[in-house]
Design a protein around this ligand. Structure first.
Ligand code: ATP
Length: 309
């Protein structure tokens, strides 16, 4: 499948000499939701700002729907909508005027029906005549999204779309973003909420210290790096794990009432049947068991830790 955004050998060294991106290669697939994860200062915003023409790259090539973002800036930028991290809009303007103006900036003809649909979809229709300064933080954020979508871009960048947004509104945003994807828009979002990436993304990219250390289908990532745990609640506390079981990846909880067995989901054999048999032989009885899979958060933390020198 042809990528909608192609990033090759992208580097950025700021005037201070700080290298914020180091040879990043990334192909973004048409119609996907890609979540970029990374600690503070990893380079996510720099990457987005370069693709959107706000920051100049030091070297490398970026194409948006086939258009070089430097040589063919206007054509490339028309394809892209950007919801920046910081709210930047005229506080004294009304919602409708702001969104209409944004569309005009891209040279698109007025389209009242389209803007009405956009504001209705974002639950802003009732506020269309309100001045931006009178809106709540969550509403202002939705105005930023309406502005970004006003020229009907095929690609939408959301830089921390739900930072500081309450849980209910966050869920509404997710529904809206999914709806956009269904209408064919490719979405790239950065987030600090791993839950958001887990819930929304088709693929996950992890950036740390200016390097894209991994891009993977979410399901594959969780399968590959996910570890499962089996917790056995013991009938009676165990003083220590018997020596004969030392070859098993077993841990005894501090209250000595639970045995935790960690296994790799990639293995053909989990070893559970054998373990349970061994426990039986040692007279270790249990009253309950539960299994759990590691979350994306645990995977992310281990990846970023692993990347540190
Ligand atoms: N204009 C600039 N001049 C010098 N250094 C900069 C400039 N803008 C960003 N940086 C540095 O580049 C690095 C990457 O910043 P960037 O904003 O891209 O990170 P981020 O991954 O988006 O972080 P966050 O999650 O905190 O938003 C940081 O160390 C930052 O201090």
């Amino acid at each position: 499948m042809q990528s909608i955004i192609s990033i090759q050998g992208l580097t950025k060294t700021y005037a201070s000499g700080f290298q914020a991106l180091k040879k990043v290669d990334l192909e973004i697939r048409r119609g996907e939701i890609l979540a970029l994860l990374g600690p503070n200062g990893a380079g996510k915003t720099t990457l987005i700002n370069i693709v959107c023409g706000i920051v100049n790259p030091t070297s490398g090539v970026v194409r948006a729907d086939g258009h070089d973002i430097v040589r063919d800036f206007r054509a490339a930028r028309t394809k892209i909508g950007l919801v920046p991290q910081e709210l930047t809009t005229d506080a004294f303007e009304s919602v409708m005027a702001t969104v209409r103006f944004s569309r005009g900036l891209f040279g698109k003809p007025p389209d009242a029906a389209l803007l009405e649909k956009l504001l209705r979809d974002l639950s802003l229709w009732d506020k269309r005549d309100s001045k931006i300064m009178t809106l709540s933080g969550g509403m202002k954020r939705r105005v930023m999204i309406a502005k970004a979508l006003s020229h009907e871009p095929q690609i939408l960048f959301l830089d921390e779309p739900t930072a500081g947004v309450d849980v209910e509104l966050r869920r509404d945003m997710w529904t809206m973003v999914r709806g956009l994807r269904e209408s064919g828009v490719t979405i790239i979002l950065t987030t600090h909420y791993i839950e958001e990436a887990e819930e929304m993304a088709d693929r996950i990219g992890v950036i740390t210290k200016g390097e894209l250390i991994l891009v993977e289908d979410k399901a594959v990532l969780m399968e590959k790096l996910g570890r499962k745990q089996l917790k056995l609640q013991l009938k009676s506390p165990l003083e220590a794990i018997p020596g004969e079981l030392s070859s098993y990846p077993l841990e005894l909880s501090t209250d000595k009432c639970e045995l935790v067995y960690t296994f790799d989901t990639r293995g053909d054999e989990t070893g559970i049947a054998q373990l349970l048999r061994k426990l039986g032989e040692h007279g270790i009885d249990f009253k309950g068991l539960e299994s759990s899979q590691s979350s994306l958060e645990e995977i992310f933390v281990s990846l970023v830790k692993g990347a540190r020198p």
